[in-house]
Design a protein around this ligand. Structure first.
Ligand SMILES: *[C@@H]1O[C@H](CO)[C@@H](O)[C@H](O)[C@H]1NC(C)=O
Length: 118
């Protein structure tokens, strides 16, 4: 049991770090408060996975995902953070892509198959 948890832990932390590193490939400019809030929340992903694994509390991932959805909605619905056609389009698209990757990872960790369209 302990061995299995350790394996799960190591694998998940590696995956979490991978997601965060991918998001770092492009240049992210986080000038607006809503962009910063989202960026900072994304960076907490590895820590959240670590906490969930160490304490065997998968609900932490649910909490994190719920918060991420709210923070992303706030960013995306803010006219000041327009994505397509803005001069910060590349950076903001990267932020959207990183959010999608982290959300997908959270769903996978929780054993839920995400749908891509409603
Ligand atoms: C989610 O947001 C609440 C309220 O802001 C905060 O107290 C909690 O720590 C957050 N949880 C995670 C896992 O981000």
């Amino acid at each position: 049991m302990v061995m299995r948890s350790m394996l799960c832990f190591t694998k998940l932390v590696a995956q979490a770090l991978n997601v965060v590193n991918c998001a770092k490939k492009g240049t992210l400019v986080l000038e607006h408060k809503d962009e910063r809030d989202l960026g900072l929340h994304l960076l907490q992903f590895a820590e959240v996975v670590e906490e969930a694994c160490t304490n065997l509390l998968p609900n932490v991932v649910c909490d994190y995902l719920y918060n991420l959805s709210e923070i992303f909605s706030k960013f995306y619905s803010n006219p000041e953070c327009k994505v397509i056609g803005s001069d910060k389009e590349t950076s903001r698209l990267l932020l959207c892509e990183a959010t999608a990757m982290v959300m997908r990872k959270c769903f996978n960790l929780l054993g839920i198959t995400p749908i891509y369209k409603i």
